[in-house]
Design a protein around this ligand. Structure first.
Ligand code: HEM
Length: 511
């Protein structure tokens, strides 16, 4: 029996008072029978005595309408709704968890980074947007026979410290090539980060190998700029704001992928085996030829599209936050400049590595709050009590607030490297240990916290190391200045973006 199964069993035995279980069951039957009867709904708390419940904004409604008005109509970040509605205060007063109802559905809200359940009782992460992602690994149930191979296609290289160490010189070289081309130009900081990452991802051998027509070409094109820039945003809005309307007209991913593969065909043919596209063709037992590319169905093209976009999009948004925080934190920037130019004594986790982690914590690049639905009942243990959570419950994690947990971080709402020092268990920690499957201090690579999340992003090691290398090249070789950055969260975006990204100018150091 695994540790988590033992824990699950032990906790399952925690007694629930009989009258509470019965009352909860009566409530749920009542709700089914009298779903629209407001009085019953108002007075029924789904998990009495175990979880506090936050009722809707008035006697007649649950949170559904107010949530939609705030997040979709007024474009507020989802985490803001939880704060302004009082749901997060209710959770704060009750150990970080409470329940609420959204359009009649029972939902559990969490604003702390602790795992609540096994991943086995949750829907696949991208369930509400399966149509966008095709055969992408994130759409498959945990026990699907194709999941291990698909995950390995990414994880064997991008999740492997040795592989990532081997490509470091190439990352640095291509970063320098790109940075040179931007010298003395005033560039919007979000475009700067996006094009830098997309350039490096296109040219580093063994990742995408789009060296004939790099991703930057499509990002700048009229035809594909929307899909290549907004794909993740659209998926995030459909999930994070429970807004399926966001998904319309996004089939351009299909011609985009066919085009990028055809334009880069010779480069892909000659690419190392670790290349993500080649790995997928091998998984499908297809040879990489032009006729096979033309024969790929839309589910496979969307699968590749999701992988291609995942490679640069989220990394570039994280990098945008890192530069934005540094450019508005002069003391930390000065320390970074010194480390980048003079080197660091620390072997495992450098100051720049800590900057990347701290930017992920406070900014990051997945929505401020996300949810997954339960596929089976499970026992939730909370503050010494237990309750059975039924199937079809929405499990929400408010990532933004969980990442600012004052019980973990000494200066939770500020960009401060002391927040990272506070989670280090020893001076031997590195990216691998801090971002391991059983570490939950910072949420950025899991949708919600499940025990040892088997879906935790397989590209995370590559992504954080790459950001660290890009910052090191940028601040070691150039005088960097930026202006007009507003670090508040932008409205009408579900991915967390600065309200104003500002602009950046880089000038070579005078020798
Ligand atoms: C800062 C950068 C990144 C962030 C914040 C991020 C975030 C995430 C998140 C939140 C998930 C969902 C995990 C879950 O279901 O609980 C995920 C899954 C995934 N990510 Fe990333 N990601 C990043 C970079 C990358 C990169 C560079 C790749 C490379 C291809 C990648 C590929 C994937 C894949 C394939 C999955 C699906 C994993 C599965 O279902 O098992 N990601 N990522």
């Amino acid at each position: 029996m695994t540790n988590s199964e033992q824990r699950e069993n032990a906790l399952t035995r925690t007694p629930i008072p009989l009258w509470l279980s019965l009352w909860a069951q009566v409530n749920r039957w009542g709700e089914r029978l009298l779903g629209t009867f407001w009085l019953f709904r108002y007075f029924s708390s789904p998990f009495p005595g175990v979880l506090a419940h936050h009722f809707g904004p008035n006697l007649f409604q649950d949170h559904g309408n107010a949530f939609r008005q705030a997040t979709v109509d007024r474009g507020e970040p989802t985490s803001n709704y939880f704060r302004t509605s009082g749901i997060s205060a209710c959770a704060d007063a009750n150990g970080g968890i409470c329940s609420f109802r959204l359009n009649g559905q029972i939902a559990i809200y969490q604003n702390r980074n602790t795992p609540l359940m096994s991943d086995k009782v949750l829907t696949p992460s991208t369930n509400p947007v399966t149509g966008l992602f095709g055969d992408f690994v994130g759409t498959l149930p945990n026990d699907h026979p194709l999941r291990p191979g698909k995950r390995a296609a990414v994880e064997r290289s991008l999740g492997n410290l040795n592989f990532v160490a081997r490509i470091e010189p190439a990352v640095r070289k291509h970063a320098v090539d790109y940075l040179k081309s931007t010298v003395s130009q005033e560039i919007a900081l979000d475009d700067f980060a996006l094009f830098l990452v997309a350039h490096v991802d296109s040219f580093v051998p063994g990742i995408l190998d789009f060296t004939q027509t790099p991703l930057t070409t499509y990002l700048a094109s009229t035809e594909y700029s929307r899909v290549t820039r907004d794909f993740i945003e659209i998926a995030s809005e459909a999930i994070g704001k429970v807004n399926p309307m966001a998904m319309s007209n996004f089939e351009t991913i299909v011609p985009f992928v066919r085009q990028v593969l055809t334009d880069n065909f010779e480069a892909l043919e000659a690419a190392p085996d670790s290349n993500l596209i080649r790995r997928h063709f091998a998984l499908w037992e297809r040879s990489l030829t032009i006729p096979e590319i033309n024969n790929l169905d839309s589910a496979k093209l969307k699968e590749l599209g999701s992988i291609i976009i995942a490679t640069y999009e989220t990394t570039s948004l994280s990098l945008l936050w890192a530069i934005a925080f540094l450019e508005t934190s002069p003391t930390i920037k000065a320390r970074v400049v010194t480390e980048a130019r003079c080197g660091s004594n620390q072997e495992k986790l450098s100051l720049i590595d800590k900057v990347v982690l701290e930017a992920l914590r406070l900014g990051g690049s997945n929505p401020t709050a996300l949810w997954r639905c339960t596929t089976a009942p499970f026992v939730l243990h909370h503050q010494g009590r237990s309750v059975i959570i039924p199937q079809d419950t929405m499990m929400w994690l408010d990532r933004r607030q969980a990442n600012c947990d004052p019980l973990i971080f000494p200066n939770p709402n500020q960009f401060d490297l002391a927040n990272i020092d506070a989670i280090l268990k020893s001076n031997r920690e590195n990216f691998n240990t801090i971002l391991a499957g059983n570490r939950y201090d910072i949420n950025s690579f899991s949708m919600i916290n499940s025990h040892g999340n088997p879906r935790k992003c397989p590209g995370r090691i590559f992504s954080v190391r790459m950001q660290s290398l890009l910052l090191s090249e940028l601040y070691s070789r150039y005088e960097v200045s930026a202006q007009g950055i507003d670090l508040c969260l932008k409205h009408y975006k579900t991915m967390p973006r600065p309200a104003q990204p500002g602009t950046i100018v880089i000038k070579p150091l005078v020798e």
